[in-house]
Design a protein. Structure first.
Length: 612
């Protein structure tokens, strides 16, 4: 191979493969880029033809020895996609994607297409795929859980094994495509694949009919059973620490609770019909999702025949998790931790939701119960527990700096303006910027702006507390000077475990500070309730919604800027009795009114699920 391709691009691709497909790293890294069996020729910007290198004694190259070319491979890929009516398909199996023209052309269309479209790539020519990692940026397509890569071995057999192991993936409409020039070997491979998949598909289809019969029988029997206990299935629950507390709260209300878990990447890839597996396995009365309803259009259609309540609870911004109309339409009920997002969700899905805050998920230490003689506090004068938020946007920042540095400059300008005057939201500022012409305010844009702004705000608020004995608890980012800056020495050196460590940290810290994440436009966060439940004193950034639930100055206290935060910190460090009285009142209030059991009681009333 001549000097075509980029070592930097290759290293970036390989770094991602190491994260997602570590089993392929040794296989790929053992390939040679200089002594190749393939001839790569640049025929245009980021466009390369490819053919098999002929043996010295071979006759002149025949047409079938081309992998890509001699015509423009990007145009050929576009024509292939148009010919299969791509928008009507759910799953694409691409045999021998080769340099990647077909999957790299198809993937952006899948991102704009149906919620459940997926791409399975099966490649045996490892050397050729290794070369493609030097030519094209695969990171976007491979990072997505819409894509599964099968590398090495016969591609047809690899695909068959995948479908045998994950048979529900055969139920959606399937399109099999060839990623390189058509020849006799590919024709034989396709015929063999069809011969193997046809009976397997028939078996899977027949099994699915039995699943439906099982579901009908179960719900008919449940309707007649007065002792039936409501079953809650939490599907792929995010925020493990919250999911455990929420599950316990359902159990306290007399419900049976199970989690549907697994290889998250594979679950998302199998999404179109995985609902059939988890409903048949668990027989739920309520399906509960946190942040993302992963029910496919096929699942929505089929589950409507059964008395299953589908509930979506947003514990993060729905704009940040890139909520779709399909997800709202697939939910019977949805709740948002922050009421600010309800209008957006209603406009998106045409149905009303309700506000449902987070709550206290921890319990106080045995020695720190309400009404008892609390032990002397032995922790630091001031503490902050949580993410610095620096790490969360760095990888995305590096990606976009390579792709579009001007766009990153626009985003950084939006954050800078917001920090100068938070009265106008990040969204308003972004929509008024040139960045709006490139991307909408959702997904990556929201993540970047919110994490960047949160990071800078937390530094801004917390730096004045350094001289007052501040300790920070969280990820290792707090210990890195390039991110934590002057607060590096404040890092306690660990991230507390939620149930095991936090009650102790919150209780023994004399003043617990809460600086909200930017996505909390007018909402509380778990830290508010957990600090109070533990018996800790809370000094939190102000949000007007706090006054709807708490008595400020009696259950907790608030600040609006760094100067007020420092002044109140100094005051409460000097007024221990007043501080401890507020902590005791706050604990009593939260344990009586703001645990997850109270939240789940309200949720069950709101969804008004039928009793069987």
């Amino acid at each position: 191979m001549n000097e075509i391709g980029s070592l930097e691009l290759y290293q970036r691709n390989m770094a991602l493969i190491g994260e997602i497909y570590p089993q392929y790293v040794l296989l790929l890294s053992s390939q040679s880029a200089s002594d190749s069996n393939y001839l790569i020729t640049e025929i245009g910007p980021t466009t390369y033809s490819c053919r098999i290198r002929p043996h010295p004694s071979a006759s002149p190259i025949e047409e079938e020895e081309w992998i890509h070319g001699p015509e423009n491979p990007w145009m050929a890929a576009e024509q292939t996609i148009k010919s299969v009516n791509w928008s009507a398909q759910s799953l694409f199996l691409i045999l021998r994607p080769s340099l990647g023209y077909l999957p790299l052309t198809l993937y952006p269309n899948l991102r704009k297409g149906r919620h459940a479209q997926r791409m399975l790539l099966a490649e045996d020519r490892v050397e050729l795929f290794h070369l493609s990692l030097r030519l094209f940026d695969w990171t976007d397509a491979l990072r997505s859980d819409r894509t599964i890569l099968l590398l090495g071995g016969d591609p047809g057999q690899a695909a068959i094994r995948f479908f045998q192991t994950n048979p529900v993936s055969l139920l959606p409409p399937l399109s099999v495509l060839c990623g390189s020039a058509w020849n006799g070997e590919m024709r034989r491979m396709m015929n063999s694949l069809q011969a193997a998949l046809s009976p397997l598909a028939e078996t899977v289809f027949n099994a699915s009919k039995h699943y439906f019969e099982d579901l009908k029988a179960h719900y008919a029997a449940a309707a007649r059973d007065i002792r039936h206990k409501k079953k809650i299935v939490m599907v792929e629950p995010e925020h493990d620490y919250l999911a455990a507390s929420i599950g316990d709260a359902f159990r306290e209300e007399g419900c049976a609770v199970e989690n549907f878990l697994g290889n998250q990447r594979l679950l998302h890839f199998l999404n179109p019909y995985i609902w059939l597996v988890y409903t048949r396995e668990h027989f739920p009365d309520v399906l509960l999702w946190m942040n993302r309803n992963t029910l496919s259009p096929e699942g929505v259609e089929n589950l409507r025949h059964f008395p299953i309540q589908k509930v979506l609870w947003f514990l993060d911004s729905p704009k940040r998790v890139q909520t779709t109309r399909e997800e709202i339409e697939a939910s019977d009920f949805y709740f948002s931790f922050d009421p600010t997002y309800l209008l957006y969700l209603e406009e998106l899905g045409g149905k009303k939701g309700a506000q449902l805050s987070t709550a206290a998920g921890i319990r106080p230490l045995p020695s720190c119960q309400p009404g008892g003689n609390w032990p002397e506090k032995e922790g630091p004068p001031v503490g902050f527990v949580g993410a610095l938020a620096a790490q969360r946007f760095q990888a995305v920042r590096e990606y976009w700096l390579r792709k579009d540095p001007e766009f990153v400059a626009i985003l950084d300008g939006v954050v800078e303006d917001y920090l100068g005057d938070p009265a106008r939201s990040l969204e308003e500022r972004f929509d008024a910027s040139p960045g709006r012409e490139r991307l909408p305010y959702s997904g990556f844009v929201v993540l970047y702006l919110e994490e960047s702004a949160t990071y800078l705000r937390r530094l801004h608020f917390l730096k004045p507390l350094r001289a007052l004995g501040l300790k920070t608890y969280g990820g290792i980012e707090w210990g890195r000077g390039e991110w934590a800056q002057d607060l590096q020495d404040c890092f306690a050196g660990k991230a507390p475990r939620y149930l095991e460590d936090l009650p102790n940290v919150y209780y023994h810290t004399r003043i617990n500070v809460n600086v909200f994440h930017v996505q909390c436009v007018n909402s509380t966060n778990p830290r508010v309730y957990d600090v109070l439940a533990a018996g800790g004193f809370l000094l939190t950034e102000y949000r007007s919604i706090l006054e709807d639930e708490f008595k400020i100055g009696e259950h907790l206290d608030c600040f609006r800027g760094p100067e007020e935060l420092r002044a109140k910190t100094e005051y409460y460090l000097q007024h221990e009795e007043e501080r401890e009285a507020i902590a005791r009142a706050g604990q009593k209030f939260v344990l009586e009114h703001a645990t997850y059991r109270q939240r789940i009681q309200r949720l069950l009333i709101e969804i008004a699920a039928p009793s069987f």
